[in-house]
Design a protein around this ligand. Structure first.
Ligand SMILES: Cc1ncc(COP(=O)(O)O)c(C=O)c1O
Length: 388
């Protein structure tokens, strides 16, 4: 058995692209200046940050001035919601029950502080009905926050349509595009989106850096206060090397996002076909909704995902039982339970998320290993359970 890793958890994080590493290294050693310093060493850093800004703006299809560098998806999400509440003076938010904790837990915290949150449900395939968004908007609504793609199932939300609904109601719209960036084309300027969150480590950039897109003309209230970095929108000395790495990753993503479905999507479909052909009682969570091309969330009836994941890990196959943030907690996936899965079904589900690095051979080996492991686990089950 080969001990080479087969990494199928790209929604948790991705390997940093070698091209990004190469561009980052000089900014950790030679060009270590503070981007706010007026002398030439500082100006090198400032120019590198500006160049990264151009590259990210190109990936998102927006203006450079609309890009605010942050520490990642979580900060971008928190900042967008906070800004909308502070600038509008209103006290209500509309969001879904299946958002990433970066939105979900922040909204829960806001509820404890007396804000009102209207939580929208999703259907059994994870889809959101845009009519529910329109119904939830009230005169006190400051912002609607709905993810572009779900991190656990990959289900895509109708962002264009929701944006238009928000625009028609005069309400700000934020979308968490962390799991959509570099997987599907994003032309944010063409959509009625006011805030959009991006995280570098989900598309081949380093961890701890991200972007908040803020549409030109949208009032903004910072979350961090201090220096005047990012034109006063995000205080704190820029993480220049990380920003440079993200810029390079964005550049590559812009170049090849159109091929993502062609390459990674084909592998994902092959993976699912092989598993469905090899096993009975497997369900694809999120089907038949439209999904990002790399994500496959599978429910294996009568199989505890923990046991399966441990067995796969022993064979060098890395996948996850839910979002990485909840790994280790004994709670079933909130997202899957919201989609109507029973607690047992949620505990029987595994998320596989593919990336550019995966090969056809890896996918075939992983699928074969999964089929064999599931069969072994099921064979050991007491007869009473199987009959259920
Ligand atoms: C949909 C979504 N939003 C936000 C985040 C948080 O991003 P970061 O890890 O950069 O804080 C993640 C990370 O898993 C995510 O999947």
């Amino acid at each position: 058995m080969s001990r080479r890793l087969i990494y199928l958890d790209n929604n948790a994080t991705t390997a940093v692209l070698p091209e990004a590493v190469r561009e980052m290294v000089p900014f950790l050693s030679v060009y270590y200046g503070n981007a706010s310093s007026a002398y030439s060493l500082g100006q090198e850093s400032k120019e590198a940050v500006q160049s990264a800004r151009r590259r990210v703006a190109c990936l998102l299809g927006c203006l450079e001035e609309e890009i605010v560098f942050t520490s990642g998806g979580t900060e971008s999400d928190n900042t967008a919601l906070w800004s909308a509440l502070r600038t509008s003076g209103k006290r209500e938010l509309v969001t879904t029950a299946v958002e990433h904790p970066a939105v979900y837990r922040f909204c829960q915290e806001l509820e404890r502080d007396g804000y009102r949150v209207r939580w929208l449900p999703v259907g059994s395939d994870g889809r959101l009905d845009p009519a529910d968004v329109a119904r939830a908007i009230h005169s006190e609504t400051a912002v609607v926050s709905i993810m572009w793609a779900n991190n656990e199932t990959g289900v895509l939300f109708p962002i264009r349509e929701i944006g238009e609904i928000c625009r028609a109601h005069g309400v700000l719209f934020h979308t968490d595009a962390v799991q959509a960036t570099a997987k599907v084309p994003i032309a944010v300027a063409e959509m009625s989106v006011d805030f959009l969150s991006v995280s570098s480590h989900k598309f081949g950039g380093p961890k701890g850096v991200g972007v908040l897109y803020v549409r030109q003309g949208v009032p903004f209230h910072p979350y961090f206060w201090g220096g005047s970095q990012e034109r006063g929108r995000r205080a704190g000395t820029e993480n220049v090397a990380a920003i440079v790495g993200m810029g390079r990753a964005a550049d590559l993503a812009a170049e090849r996002v159109g091929q993502f479905a062609e390459r990674v999507g084909k592998l994902r479909d092959r993976f699912e076909r092989t598993i469905l052909a090899g096993l009975t009682e497997v369900r694809i969570n999120g089907q038949p909704a439209e999904r990002v091309p790399n994500t496959s969330n599978l429910c294996f009836h009568n199989v505890e995902s923990e046991a399966l994941l441990m067995e796969l890990d022993r064979q060098g196959i890395q996948a996850s039982g839910g979002s990485a943030c909840s790994t280790g907690s004994a709670k079933p996936s909130r997202v899957l339970v919201e989609m109507g899965l029973s607690v047992r079904e949620a505990f029987s589900s595994v998320r596989f998320s593919l990336g550019w690095n995966n090969t056809e051979d890896e996918i075939d080996r992983a699928a074969a290993a999964i089929v064999a492991a599931v069969r072994r686990i099921r064979e050991k089950l007491p007869a009473a359970l199987v009959a259920e």
